[in-house]
Design a binder for this molecule. Structure first.
Ligand code: HPA
Ligand code: ZN
Length: 331
């Protein structure tokens, strides 16, 4: 791997751990376990799906071969090695108790221990820091959102620092999930919600009002409502923007049509992430390269965006200071 921005230190706030699994990794696990997953792969070995709903189905099919803490230890190690190679120094990944023991707290503790083990190894060997945002999955419904929130609250600490909601944004309303967010907030966790990707500006307003999050996953469709853009800028709400994901799923026609530059010019705190990189044929350096071409953004622009991300990271002050220090260009 080599690209013009590879050496630039980067902070990523929006990465689904299972969604970062290379197809070869999932194919390997499927072979080990004797599971036929050939339907989810293309002839050339990528993930096969058409549109967001099928993406979610294929994603969940891939997760069926992640069955043990050891599988998640290997996954975490592989994903962090890949991110570190791309120049990421700090990453927040979404972790789903639903895929790690089905929401059972005891099982979740075992999975989390394995993930933490891999994270400690990556910190020591590759100098990359991981923090975990436990997520509930919206299309599994509000009742099933309670267990992940309890898992998050019970294991909040050095590694688990946030709580969020992913999945199909068109199902239900944010306020249906308020119990889970209240539980996580009381445990001191940072809060973020996927909104304004498949839902319009109202979905962003609802997530802010009903879940009281400080960050929004995507949030890009706020651009359709100038008053909301002004509100985001004024309140300092941070958007976890994943342009390549939006383009791959057909939300925007290409880099130049993506609203991230307009949001940034309006004073909104935008950050840059990859979401589910192998599914969307991207990595963080491709994101930067696409934006550099479309908007003439330079290394200075990206470092400013990474500072915003470090300021918004769900981490303790000492970690934040260390990350901010590493973002500064050498004198
Ligand atoms: N969006 C929403 N839900 C998800 C995603 C995503 O990109 N990846 C895994 N769950
Ligand atoms: Zn996402």
């Amino acid at each position: 791997m080599s690209s013009e921005f590879q050496a630039l230190p980067k902070v990523e706030l929006h990465l689904h751990l299972e969604g970062a699994a290379p197809p070869a990794f999932i194919r390997g696990l499927a072979a080990e376990k004797g599971v036929d997953l050939s339907r989810i792969f293309t002839e050339t070995g990528g993930y096969r799906f058409d549109g967001f709903t099928e993406f979610l189905r294929i994603y969940e099919a891939a997760c069926t071969v992640l069955r043990s803490p050891e599988d998640f230890r290997r996954l975490t190690r592989a994903v962090l090695a890949q991110s570190a190679e791309a120049g990421v120094i700090y990453t927040e990944t979404f972790l789903s108790p639903d895929f790690c023991g089905g929401g059972d707290l005891g099982a979740w503790r075992d999975y989390l221990a394995a993930i933490e083990d891999a994270a400690a190894e990556a910190q020591a060997q590759d100098g990359i820091t991981l923090r975990g945002i436990v997520t509930c999955i919206r299309h599994f419904g509000p009742d099933r959102a309670r267990a992940p929130a309890i898992c998050a609250a019970e294991t909040a600490g050095d590694v688990i620092t946030g709580f969020g909601i992913a999945g199909d944004e068109t199902v239900g309303r944010p306020r249906d999930y308020a119990w889970a967010f209240d539980c996580a907030r009381e445990a001191g966790l940072g809060l973020t919600a996927h909104a304004g990707e498949w839902g319009g500006p109202a979905s962003v307003r609802d997530a802010l009002a009903d879940l009281r999050v400080t960050r929004i996953g995507h949030g890009v469709r706020a651009i359709e409502d100038p008053a909301l853009v002004a509100q985001l800028a004024e309140t300092g709400t941070v958007l976890e923007v994943c342009p390549g994901s939006n383009i791959a799923l057909g939300l925007y026609k290409g880099w130049a049509a993506h609203p991230v530059a307009r949001l940034r010019e309006a004073g909104v705190n935008v950050t840059l992430s990859t979401d589910d990189p192998p599914f969307f044929h991207t990595d963080i350096n491709r994101e930067y390269a696409g934006l550099a071409r479309a908007f003439d953004w330079t290394a200075e622009d990206f470092t400013a965006i990474n500072r915003t991300a470090a300021e918004a990271a769900f981490c303790d002050p000492a970690t934040r200071a260390r990350i901010l220090q590493r973002l500064e260009p050498p004198a």
